[in-house]
Ligand binder design. Sequence first.
Ligand SMILES: [Zn+2]
Length: 436
Amino acid sequence: MTPLDPWIAGTIGAPADAPLAPARLAAWQLARLNETLALAREQSPFYRQRLAAAPDGPDRLDSLDGLGFLPFTTAEDLRDHGLNMLCCSQGEIARVVSLETSGTSGPAKRLFFTADDLERTVDFFHHGLTTFMEPGRRLFVCLPGTTPASVGDLLRQALPRLGGEALVHGLVRDPGETLAALADSRAEALVGLPAQVLALARHPASRLGRGLESVLLCSDYVPRAVREAVAQAWGCRVLAHWGMTETGLGGGVECLARSGYHLRAADLLIEIVDPDTGRTLPAGASGEIVLTTLTRRGLPLIRYRTGDRGQLADGACACGSIVPRLARVSGRIAGEFPLPGGGRLALADLDELLFPLPWLLDFEAGVRRDGPGLILDLTLHATPDTIPGPARGEAAAALSALPPGASAGALRILPGARPTGAAKRGFTTTAREERP
Ligand SMILES: [Zn+2]
C-alpha cells in the first residue's frame, strides 16, 4: 500500500491501525476548505471580491459538492493580482517563486509560501519518498537546489528524516559529467526530470547508472515511453511523481501498482472540469485539472485552473489505498490541436509514439494546417552514434501510427549529445501553430 495512507491518517487524526475511511478524509477536506474560504475572505482583497461575486456561493459549504459553485482562479489572476491574493503579511512569506509563462509578456506569475507551507511539502517528500526508496539510502537529485526552499533544498531537508541523505547535483547540463558524478556518489536512488533522465539512460556511459535501485521521474507530466526506457536501461524500479509549483512542488506520487498518482489529499483537493464549459466532471472523465489548497496559508489557491489535462481514477487502487489518484496527466490543453474527424492531437500523443525510438533524446514539433488536416514538422535530437538513414525509416514507421487527419511533414534527425533543457513544464518540445 502507498505510505500516504498512514501519513494522511496521522495528519487528519484518524486511527493509524485501521483502514483510512473515505468519509473521514472528506470531512477533514470540507473542514479545511471552509477554513481556507474564511481565511481568504478575511485576509485577501482579491478573494473577498471574487468570492462575493459567486452567484450561489454560501459562506460555509456543507458538502464538498458545493465547491463546484465557487468561482475559478487562473494563472492570469496570479500575474495580475499577486500580492492582493496573499492571506498573511509579507513578513511571514518564506519563499516567493516567480514563473515566466512562455508566449506572454508582462509580469511573471508569483506564488508565495510561508514556512509552514514549505514544511507541509517537506513532510510529504519524507513520507512519499518511502514509496520508492528504503530508509538510509542516498538520493541523487538532478533538480535545482541552490536557492533556499527550492525543490532540491526541500529534499535535502526531507531525506535525513528517513535516515538518508540527498546529494543535490542540480539540473543535467552535461549528461556524461552527471553520470560520472552519480557513479562517484554511490547513490542508490535518483530523482530528475523525464527528458533529462532519459538523456542519462541513453548516453554512451549509461552503464554508470546501473547501481541505481530506483528512479523517480518528477514533473507535471511523465510520458509512459520515457519511464519504460529508463527502467530498461538500468533494470531498476521507476516511479513517477506529479507536482507543479502551484501544488507546493509536491502533488502526488505513484505506488507500486503504478495506476495513478496518489494525491496529498489532506493538503490538496483536485477536481476535473470540462475545459470549455467549466462543468465539474465525474471520476474517469478527462478534462482540466483544477486545484484547491486546503492547508496553504501564504497564498491559498481556490479552484485554480492549471491548464493541464488529466483525469481522476475511478475506484480503489490495486494497492488497497483509498487515497484519491490522478490517473493520467497528459500535458497542456493549450498545446492540443483538434483533428478533422473529431478528437485531438496533443504533444503527449507524439511523446508516446516517438520516445520508444531507442536513439531519441528529445524532439521539437511544429504544427501546420493543411486544409482540415495537420502536418507535423519534426526535429529529432538523437544520440551521437545514430545513423540518420535507418533512423529516418524507424521514425517514419513510428509516425505512421499518427491518428487520421495528422501526418508527418519535414523530418530532421540531428545526432549529437545536445544538453537537454529544463523546460518549465518538463519538456522542451514546442508546438507552433500557423493558422490561416
Ligand atoms: Zn496505489
